[in-house]
Ligand binder design. Sequence first.
Ligand code: BES
Ligand code: MN
Ligand code: MN
Length: 459
Amino acid sequence: MNDIATYFRDHRDAHLEELVSFLRIPSISTDEQHKHDIEHAAEFVGDALRAAGLENVRRYETGGHPLVYGEWLGAKGAPTVLIYGHYDVQPPDPLELWITPPFEPTVREGRIFARGAADDKGQVFIHVKAVEAFLKTRGSLPVNVKFIIEGEEEVGSTHLADFVRKNRKLLSCDVILISDTHMMGVKTPSITYGLRGLTYLEVTVTAAKTDMHSGTFGGGVANPIQVLAEILVGCKDPKTGKVRIPGFYDDVVPLSKKERAELAKIPHNDREWAKSIGAVKPFGEKGYTTIERTGARPTFEVNGIWGGHTGPGVKTVLPAQAHAKVSMRLVANQDPSKIAKLFAQHVKKIAPDTVRTEIKLYDNNGYPALTPIDSPGMRAAADAIKMVYGKAPFFTREGGSIPVVADFQQLLKVDAVLLGFGLPDDNLHAPNEKLDLIQFEKGLETVAAFFERYAEMSR
Ligand code: BES
Ligand code: MN
Ligand code: MN
């Protein structure tokens, strides 16, 4: 591996400079105004894959933002690794909280700060450069590789499942490798074996046709914000943290004793954890630990709530409407569309007859996913981590979602290895997102080691 390590060392500055150019592109998938930047980012990925020595690099139209594909299939008889990632990013607001602007990447104290640094451009870049190192130094890789880099992950990968369904042969592989998660720490490396699913809805409560004077009408008609608050309480018990939607837990695969024992081995301190996020103390579903609550149990969350007067000063108003955006994180074997239906039925049932309620379903949803820890891909990843970090990894369940993982598993019938190089304090989706450069460097080495180890194991 010496030649590969040397390549990484010799190209350290060049790699960083290229990553900066990638991070400069504000490829915000949810915002129509950034369509041009999405195009630009897709082009950047294509160029980077071509420069790395990949073949048949091309973009595929999806009906939404384009996918970028590339392959190197010169390792006869060796297994094929499908590398997935995304070049789109979340909106950067609130802008005023960024120490340096989100699309002007800046290195401070060994970290690169920019929107997309960890989620997921920086991590996509690790794979591109790991492949490049092999092709430039040896002219070959120990495995065959295919890249599929999309531009709609942050809006729920709306068109990707359809593309996978129609292109099973193009994407056929032995394992899927994804770096779009984080590990516990540089000194406590970990690999993710579970992701939660997601369903996302919006509730509108209408009490009247227009806002009203709260003196003239207050007391005579339902207040929609009050009603909405009651509906939300009706969805999650404030004392036990249990979701109150009938049927919500029906399909949940219960945590086995063995898995709970394994999860309990993960180093975690509730007080420090609460302190790290500035919380008074942890709160969640009764009977489960924080690790279980945030990774292995389903939740109901209110993402935003609005209505009435929220501007400066006072306004005595009885609002006509109230709105809330809610989402539920799901675990195996919950079905997002079934859960969305149960939620809608429940809201209709508990809403009083003094208001009208409307429910809108968003299409950024996804199925939960689990990867067996003893699968060959996981074992190769664990070996690679051990070689580079000098320690065996912990296995953790991630509370976030990557919708395509379950689609890949279902349609391609292969497991996904979630080998993430982010860290818990990367500020994903928040101001001052960053990637530690040490993790970028270790990531390159780990991915290179994974290719070799996975090839060896398949021989
Ligand atoms: N990379 C994240 C998933 C993730 C979140 C990994 C937290 C590790 C920690 C991914 O880009 C993401 O943000 N997914 C969305 C999916 C949604 C938009 C359908 C999520 O989890 O909210
Ligand atoms: Mn991501
Ligand atoms: Mn994300």
